[in-house]
Design a protein around this ligand. Structure first.
Ligand code: LMR
Length: 334
């Protein structure tokens, strides 16, 4: 069923050899792993609508949410083969291609979302996009989710010691592995699509995700404790198949950029709004069912976490993993 994009006439010899004035049409499949009602999901749908409008239907965008088309580990390979044309994997998922994107996984690196945006919109963001381009992808835009929160079914995660011995699901990221090892926890890599059943069946005890992912995948219903920790960030790089990008006329490329710029602006708004809204819904669930307790790190607990996990930064000073230069430039970004 999902057999790639043989219907894209943009790069077929037959179409380019003909003198027909009829416009070539393109199918752009956009694969992602989260629910439609998330910042990424809504922005992908917005991009679909906008690009179809701008191109008068010449590019037909088809969004596949919830890992329907590809799981997180497979999508970058599929993009390379042009079996799918667009994706927005979280930074951690680029580990095999551009490990330096794990910069964004470093805990307590960003003061707030504005600081993060200044880093993404500046020299560091550009350097990272260039690395992705050099690997044969069209790097389009950074998209937000939000800061991550701890959840557990064993005990509330308040001090670093509370994490000791707990099995935490992590994305495939060396930084996240180091973060949990630093506090004596047991990190387990697992694709996003398996987290709910992993938590439900007790294969893993605990996890970290932004509220929007927790709420839309119902992780809070299979955890007993949620801690508003904001200890690290989760966001995305939107990437396109290079082959697909190169098959577009300059005019269509401009339209893709325009739809992407507009979608990115919206995405940042969705991220703020949904993470707030869905936190309220989780609070309502907790009050109604009594099955979930919600905590928030106080200043002392936050400092304790910061001290315990910031120790890992030097492990990533080598430029083949992240690089001291990128880390320091991020810290120094005003
Ligand atoms: C995760 O695996 O937890 C996230 O990357 C999912 C996503 O795309 O937000």
């Amino acid at each position: 069923f999902f057999t790639g994009c043989g219907d894209n006439k943009g790069d077929s010899n037959q179409a380019s050899a003909s003198n027909e004035s009829a416009k070539q049409t393109y199918t752009l499949k956009f694969s992602h792993v989260v629910s439609p009602n998330t910042p990424k999901g809504k922005a992908a749908d917005y991009f679909e609508k906008r690009l179809e409008e701008l191109t008068d239907g010449q590019i037909d965008v088809q969004v596949y949410p919830s890992s329907q088309l590809y799981k997180d580990n497979a999508v970058l390979k599929a993009l390379k083969l042009d079996s799918v044309q667009m994706a927005a994997p979280s930074f951690s998922k680029f580990g095999k291609i551009v490990p330096q994107l794990a910069l964004f996984d470093l805990p307590f690196l960003f003061k707030d979302i504005d600081h993060l945006h200044r880093v993404q919109d500046g020299e560091v963001g550009q350097a990272l996009k260039d690395m992705v381009t050099a690997k044969g992808y069209k790097a389009l835009s950074f998209w937000d989710n939000h800061f991550k929160q701890f959840s557990s079914s064993v005990k509330p995660v308040l001090m670093p010691e509370d994490a000791e011995g707990q099995k935490f699901r992590i994305m495939s990221s060396k930084v996240l592995e180091a973060q949990f090892k630093a506090v004596g926890a047991n990190p387990q890599m697992m694709p996003f699509s398996e987290v709910y059943s992993g938590l439900q069946q007790g294969v893993i005890d605990a996890a970290e995700n932004p509220i929007s992912n927790i709420y839309t995948k119902k992780f809070h219903e299979v955890q007993k404790y949620l801690t508003i920790s904001n200890h690290g960030y989760l966001g995305y790089l939107v990437v396109m198949s290079e082959k697909f990008w190169n098959s577009l006329t300059p005019d269509l490329q401009t339209k893709v950029q325009q739809a992407m710029n507009e979608a990115t602006e919206k995405e940042r708004e969705y991220a703020e709004a949904l993470n707030k809204e869905q936190f309220n819904l989780i609070k309502e669930y907790a009050e109604k069912t009594g099955k979930l307790e919600i905590f928030e790190l106080n200043q002392e607990q936050r400092e304790a976490w910061k001290n315990a996990v910031s120790k890992i930064y030097p492990e990533f000073y080598d430029k083949d993993v992240i690089g001291k230069d990128l880390i320091n430039k991020t810290l120094a970004t005003e």
